[in-house]
Unconditional design. Structure first.
Lengths: 201, 202
């Protein structure tokens, strides 16, 4: 794996979802079998994002951790199948948004990907898509954490000293969710929140 | 409960989203449901009723019998695996209520489709105020799982606020463990618990 040198993108703290690097930038992984395509995309994105790059599926999988928010994935990546990489991308530990990098809009499995980008990708479209996927990732991550905390909060007895603390964190997350929801279309919010229920139709 | 709207219909005192805890033996549930449905502050109400186990005709009857008279009614019929054949058979029949239509969601586990269908109605209410009754979260919890229903309700309650609509959600606390009920309660600023005296609490 080639790590972009201009931006620090160290691994996320174990056991904690951050979806950003140490500097707070959203982390994007670009994985295309053509190094020139990969590096061109990385160049466009690295002014705003912490970008990681990979040219084969083993490197792509090695670059995936909870800190990654968005993956731009060439389904024809050499090595393990794209399905294998996708399974890892959508696993609970990683759970990021993924766009397919394709030669044509045909043959994109709309159930498996959150977006599709046809190469060569115009820079404006590239930035707009990554921005949208980053907001989706933020919504999904906050919603997942909101549920986990709500479940913990619900299990506490009324006089548990942790209750106030958890209650405050729930209020913060609720406000954060409202803010991100404001930037999403409602249908997109359902699709993002419930991606694991997406049907194959 | 106050239902006073302000001039532009937004920012009413009545909360946008209410969780209604209605135990199975509660006889007053329909009355509270009907009162909440009409708490829109306007007579141009689009009643949007979601039903799962109960047939659309039964759900409509539960409150039209009490004088419910919205400008328009849409029933969204969510088909659950455990519904009786008799309830489904009645779904396509004429409901006997003017301006009432029925739409179907063929799979109760498809919360994305249910959400999108609700959004189509919530976002298309010209000159009307939509009042949503979801009956019930218990049925959805039994068809799917707590995490999915929790996330669905978080999005739906946000969508209700965005559409300047009002909504109430039925949950039967007797059929879930207390932690599940308490988890869902986190999503609501207003919970009406008909197990006690119907007081509004958090």
């Amino acid at each position: 794996m080639k790590e972009d040198n201009s931006v620090s993108s160290g691994p996320a703290v174990a056991g904690r979802r951050t979806d950003s690097d140490a500097s707070g930038a959203t982390v994007v992984l670009v994985a295309d079998d053509d190094p020139a395509v990969t590096d061109d995309i990385a160049t466009v994105l690295e002014t705003e994002y912490a970008v990681r790059t990979a040219y084969d599926s083993a490197d792509a999988i090695a670059a995936l951790d909870a800190g990654v928010s968005v993956v731009l994935l060439d389904p024809g990546l050499p090595g393990l199948s794209a399905r294998h990489v996708l399974d890892r991308v959508t696993s609970e530990a990683v759970d990021c948004q993924v766009a397919a990098l394709v030669q044509s809009a045909f043959d994109v499995d709309a159930t498996a990907y959150d977006a599709a980008l046809v190469k060569p990708v115009p820079p404006d479209e590239l930035r707009a898509t990554v921005d949208r996927l980053a907001r989706r990732a933020a919504y999904r991550t906050a919603l997942s954490e909101y549920y986990d905390l709500a479940e913990r909060y619900a299990a506490l007895s009324p006089d548990d000293p942790e209750r106030d603390h958890l209650g405050n964190r729930l209020d913060d997350l609720s406000a954060q969710l409202d803010e991100v929801f404001g930037t999403l279309d409602t249908r997109e919010a359902y699709d993002t929140a419930l991606r694991e229920l997406r049907s194959d139709s | 409960m106050s239902t006073t709207p302000d001039a532009n219909g937004g920012g009413v005192d009545r909360p946008s989203n209410v969780l209604l805890l209605t135990p199975s033996v509660e006889r007053d549930a329909d009355a509270v449901c009907e009162e909440l449905l009409h708490a829109t502050g306007t007579d141009r109400t689009h009643a949007l009723l979601v039903t799962c186990l109960a047939s659309p005709a039964d759900r409509l009857a539960a409150w039209t019998d009490r004088g419910g008279d919205p400008a328009r009614t849409t029933v969204i019929d969510v088909e659950t695996a455990s519904r009786s054949a008799a309830a489904t058979a009645g779904a396509g029949e004429h409901l006997g209520v003017p301006n009432a239509t029925v739409e179907h969601v063929p799979d109760a586990t498809d919360l994305i489709e249910l959400g999108n269908l609700l959004e189509r109605h919530l976002s298309a209410s010209e000159g009307e105020r939509t009042s949503l009754c979801l009956y019930s979260l218990s049925d959805l919890l039994q068809a799917t799982d707590t995490r999915s229903v929790f996330k669905f309700v978080e999005v739906l309650t946000s969508a209700v606020e965005r559409a300047n609509a009002v909504a109430h959600f039925h949950l039967n606390p007797d059929v879930h463990d207390p932690d599940t009920v308490a988890t869902i309660e986190v999503l609501f600023e207003t919970v009406v618990d008909l197990r006690d005296d119907g007081t509004v609490g958090h």
